[in-house]
Design a protein around this ligand. Sequence first.
Ligand SMILES: [Zn+2]
Length: 344
Amino acid sequence: MLQELHSLPSGLLETDASGLEAALGQPTLIHLPGDREPPLFVSVLMHGNEPVGWDSIRALLAGYLERFGALHLPRSLSLFIGNVAAAAVGVRHLPDQPDYNRIWPGCESRSTPEHSMMQQVIDIMRQRGIFASLDFHNNTGCNPHYACVNRIDNRYLHLATLFSRTLVYFIRPHGVQSIAMGRLCPAVILECGKVGERHGMDHAREYIDACLHLSSLPEHPVAGGDIDLFHTVAQVKVPEEVSFGFPPSQADILFSPELERLNFRELPRGTALGRVDAHNGVGLDVRDEQGRDVSDRYFHVEDGELRLSLPVMPSMLTCDEAVIRQDCLCYIMERYNDHVPRRE
Ligand SMILES: [Zn+2]
């Protein structure tokens, strides 16, 4: 299922995400030599409808080719191009495929050929050694560019703050790329805003270039003033059997059309996210990091409105109904700066 290459197929950099399946045929790991070892690992298109990683790395490599006439990289690069079949049709994953960012070693789900492929990528990279791992995503909704880490470790925090001062720490869901890679090297997820935004692409390209030029990642603490760290404490889903929509449609839950503007804002208790049919209760499935149902801790129904029971900060809130069904409504976060190691 996995193809491994040691050079760039000709014409690949001119191919957009939707053409990669025709060009490569399958998920592909490409090793490119550079001046320093071990390689920087970059994964793109874990989600087929999030092209920012591919678009930024191909722009970066094309820039190197143009400047030097050959790919002369400051550090070796191992590029993993993930779900090309889903990218061909512009979806997160095909109906008969698992989510490529939930099946890395350490996940709880059943074994599929895709699970084995991710294990293979890990095994290959463990042998080669890895300087650091970057995994690129777009998201829906109005979110700032931010980086995610799964460990509070100075090297990981330095790698993340090189991208943004806004960081999110999480340890669930299991099976994501950065948790698996984070056992081998400093690893981050880069959330680069909505699909098609020029700024997201430029930011990602400059960030990869900066990482290729790093000689090492510092072990000393990040300056406290350089970081806004948040911890994901729960994931919010709408259960299969509950219908939802946005006004003026009819459904069990009618979310506010203003939802997306609430991302990364500290919301007071009592904030309403929409209207609900009271006999369904809050109608949401809210799980903490241990997988426990914490719906009643965060939400209640009052006057037919779905309201927050605690002050929280959401991320990834979206008005895209397909994303809400396939992934989730949002994540709930709390400020976590007190956990950042301090400078002496
Ligand atoms: Zn994604």
